[in-house]
Every structure is written in structure tokens, then in C-alpha cells.
Design a protein around this ligand. Structure first.
Ligand code: BMA
Length: 306
């Protein structure tokens, strides 16, 4: 890409954070949740060490590009189910600010399967788990930043036995009981034939919820991850207003094609900048963190004109 009609522009200094730039030895840093916190840009980094143990570290920045990483991981105690099934890991945290609280949703892979877990934090140092997980197999949960028709809402991606799955929306009165689930009718394309799952926290716009999501499509040798964009109805996000058939980002650069998992671009968060841009943070090849920039209006136009 890099052509003039591209809806996203890669930051020319990509990647913005690599394992080599981390303040300690690690194997990979990728798929970061992203939010504004106390006038700074904050990323919640998924970091793997060389035993492939995952921890989450906070990185902050004044400009959204140059990040300093805290030397200690977040303090997020194990939940009851994790104590019972000690093997497993948490991954892909998305951060939502809702009712004066910061919530994270993430996938949790334990022996019984992959499920959705949630926690809340005030300071991004200590995290308090919400008590229950989903039943497996479910992942890629993203909490909407406000209630919809009086209920909490989240996007999620239940997974079928063959590994396929699409985005659903579920509702809850209390962040414990989830239901009223409906699939999103996003058109399946060659780049999203295998999976369609949420990426960023939906952004409320005059035209609907703007959602940047991932699609997985097979080639003869690999399963590649792409980013797409959709506009969802404000009152009923299962109703897709627009979802262009072209992806907005495909793995094309070396830092997206070579690494722990080749040909992967994967986002868990975007932040609006002071000068009206939208910074989309994404993992390149499950190894490093990259940045692509656009504006909300560009993405809305792109959705409505395709
Ligand atoms: C998905 C998730 C992501 C990862 C992607 C590509 O299933 O595990 O965290 O980036 O696969 O490996």
C-alpha cells in the first residue's frame, strides 16, 4: 500500500515498538490495547518472554509515537477459574472507558477452552478481575463505551469447532450475565472467509459505530490477518450499515510479513489525536507494534462510498 487512495497511512517510522527496544529481554511485543489516560497515550502491551509466558506492560507517550515502557508488569491477580486451571494465558486486551471506569476485556485460554474475561482499573497499575468468564469458545471481546438501550454491550467472536467464527453483539444488565446475542451481518470476502472479529473499541459517530475489525483469509500456504472497517447501527449494532468489501490494511511490509506468525496485522485499539487524526495501533506478525494513521471522517467516507 502507500497509494493515494489508501484509507490508512502507515507511519513511516514503523514499527514503533520492537522486542529489541523493550527495557528487558523479550521475544515479542504486540496487540496492544490503547486509550488516552491522564493526557497521555497509553498502550497495554502483550509481551512474551522466551519461555513464551505472557505478561502485560503499560507504555505511555506524550505524542502517540514514542513510548516509554514501565519495567514492571501490571498487577492483575488470578481469578478463581485461573487458580483451578493454572495452565493458560491471557491475551489481547482492549480498553474501554465507561461510566468513569476503565475496563479491559481479553481472551483467556485455559484447559477448558478459550473464553472472555474482564477486569477494571483506576490507575493501570492494579487491575481488579470481574468475577466470571464466558463459556468457551469465545474471544475478541470489546466493550462499547456506553450502554445501548440501557444495557452494557460488547462485540465478541464465538468460535466454531473448525476454527471459524464471526462477530456477534451481546448485552448485559450488570457485566456478569450476557445475552440477547446477535451475529453481525458483515459480508464475507476472500480476506475474511475464515474469521471476522472485533478489533478496536467502537467509536461513536454521527453515521453509526465505526468499528475496525480483523478478517482472516486462507491462501494456499498461510492464513493471513487483515483489517477491515464497518459502520454499525447506533441502536442495534448487529445491523451493519456499511462494510466495504476491500480490506483497509493487509500484511505487505517486512515487519508485517516476517515474525512469530507471518502475514498478520491485528489491532486491539485506536486513539484520536489532538490534531484530529486516528492512530490505529496494530501488531505486525505477532512480534512488534506498528502504527497506521487516518481520520474518522476518512473511514466514514470510505464506508459510505464503497
Ligand atoms: C489470533 C489471536 C491474535 C493473534 C492472531 C494471529 O487468533 O491469537 O492474538 O495476533 O491470532 O496469530
Amino acid at each position: 500500500m502507500g497509494k493515494k487512495e489508501d484509507p490508512l497511512i502507515r507511519y513511516e517510522g514503523n514499527p514503533i515498538l520492537t522486542p529489541e527496544q523493550m527495557p528487558f529481554r523479550c521475544y515479542s511485543v504486540f496487540n496492544a490495547g490503547a486509550i488516552r489516560f491522564k493526557d497521555e497515550y497509553l498502550l497495554l502491551l502483550r509481551v512474551e518472554d522466551y519461555s513464551r509466558r505472557t505478561d502485560f506492560y503499560v507504555a505511555t507517550s506524550k505524542d502517540g509515537i514514542n513510548f516509554s515502557v514501565r519495567s514492571e508488569p501490571i498487577n492483575y491477580p488470578l481469578t478463581e477459574i485461573e487458580k483451578r486451571y493454572r495452565k493458560g494465558h491471557r491475551f489481547d486486551m482492549r480498553i474501554t472507558y465507561l461510566e468513569n471506569t476503565y475496563y479491559v476485556c481479553h481472551a483467556l485460554w485455559l484447559d477448558p477452552g478459550c473464553m472472555i474475561a474482564m477486569a477494571k482499573t483506576e490507575d493501570f497499575v492494579n487491575f481488579e478481575p470481574l468475577p466470571y468468564t464466558s463459556v468457551p469458545s469465545n474471544r475478541n471481546a470489546v466493550l462499547f463505551p456506553e450502554k445501548i438501550n440501557g444495557l452494557y454491550a460488547r462485540l465478541e467472536r464465538p468460535q466454531n469447532i473448525d476454527g471459524s467464527g464471526i462477530m456477534w453483539v451481546s448485552y448485559s444488565p450488570d457485566l456478569v450475565y450476557w445475552g440477547k446475542s446477535m451475529p453481525l451481518d458483515i459480508p464475507v470476502t476472500p480476506w475474511s472467509g475464515k474469521k471476522i472479529g472485533a478489533g478496536t473499541v467502537p467509536i461513536k459517530t454521527r453515521e453509526g459505530w465505526l468499528e475496525i475489525y480483523h478478517g482472516v483469509g486462507g491462501t494456499c500456504s498461510t492464513e493471513n490477518y487483515y483489517l477491515g472497517v464497518a459502520l454499525l447501527d447506533l441502536d442495534d449494532p448487529s445491523r451493519v450499515i456499511a462494510a466495504p468489501r476491500e480490506c483497509i490494511l493487509a500484511a505487505e511490509k517486512e515487519y508485517e510479513c516476517i515474525g512469530q506468525v507471518p502475514n498478520v496485522v491485528f489491532t486491539c485499539g485506536a486513539i484520536e489525536t489532538d490534531d484530529g487524526k486516528l492512530n490505529i495501533y496494530y501488531g505486525g506478525a505477532d512480534t512488534r507494534i506498528c502504527l497506521a494513521q487516518t481520520t474518522i471522517d476518512t473511514l466514514i467516507d470510505y464506508c459510505l462510498k464503497r
